[in-house]
Structure formats: structure tokens, C-alpha cells
Ligand binder design. Structure first.
Ligand SMILES: [Zn+2]
Length: 116
């Protein structure tokens, strides 16, 4: 079934993430002691492996998709992709609004009122 294929795919990515975390490459990244997102100096033991595109969204455990992240950034990013974060920043009030704007129909009503 498709669903179990997805599950085993995710399990494979998680095991690859574990391998990557144990790799010398990752140890070198962490040894830099800097969060990829906010750029602050973080003790290597406080850095976590963050997937730019989360595995749950189809991301892969490859060098180009993982960055060292402080725990704060990692937990803040957990449920959002970068594009969603950007949208949330640009349109904080629009995220929960229905698409139609009640004020935009006022102009039409106003011009009709002129006919009376
Ligand atoms: Zn950070």
C-alpha cells in the first residue's frame, strides 16, 4: 500500500538523518557553534539538526537540506516551511481571513446609490 511505503520512506530518512548526525561533516558544522537561522553563537551541545524542508513534507536527510539550529529556532520553525514563515510575517492579519473583503463591495454599492 502507498501509506506503508511512505512510512518506510520516512523511517529510511530518519535513519539517514542519524547517520548524517554521526558523520564527521556534521560534527564539523556543529563545532562552528553557530545557529544557521539567527546566526548567534551557540554551544555545540545546544545545536540541533534542523531539516530545511522537514521530512514530514518530503524533505531528505542530505547535506544540502540539514543545518545546525539553536533549540529556539528549531522549535519555532518546527511546523512551518520558510515560505509559510515569510507569508506569516508579511500578512499576519490575512492568514485567518476569508478571501472576500467586505469593504471591496462597498464601492459597488456606493456607485449604485448615486443612481437614486
Ligand atoms: Zn537560532
Amino acid at each position: 500500500m502507498k501509506k506503508s511505503e511512505d512510512a518506510s520512506e520516512r523511517a529510511r530518512e530518519k535513519s539517514k538523518a542519524r547517520d548524517l548526525r554521526n558523520s564527521q561533516w556534521w560534527k564539523n558544522r556543529v563545532a562552528e557553534g553557530k545557529c544557521h537561522h539567527c546566526g548567534i553563537a551557540v554551544h555545540p551541545s545546544e545545536l540541533t539538526m534542523d531539516h530545511l524542508l522537514p521530512i514530514s513534507r518530503g524533505g531528505k536527510s542530505v547535506r544540502s537540506n540539514v543545518v545546525p539550529s539553536c533549540k529556539k529556532c528549531n522549535s519555532e520553525r518546527k511546523n512551518f516551511m520558510p515560505a509559510e514563515l515569510i507569508l506569516k510575517t508579511l500578512f499576519p492579519d490575512n492568514m485567518n481571513e476569508p478571501h472576500g473583503d467586505p469593504h471591496s463591495s462597498d464601492a459597488g454599492d456606493g456607485s449604485e446609490a448615486l443612481h437614486h
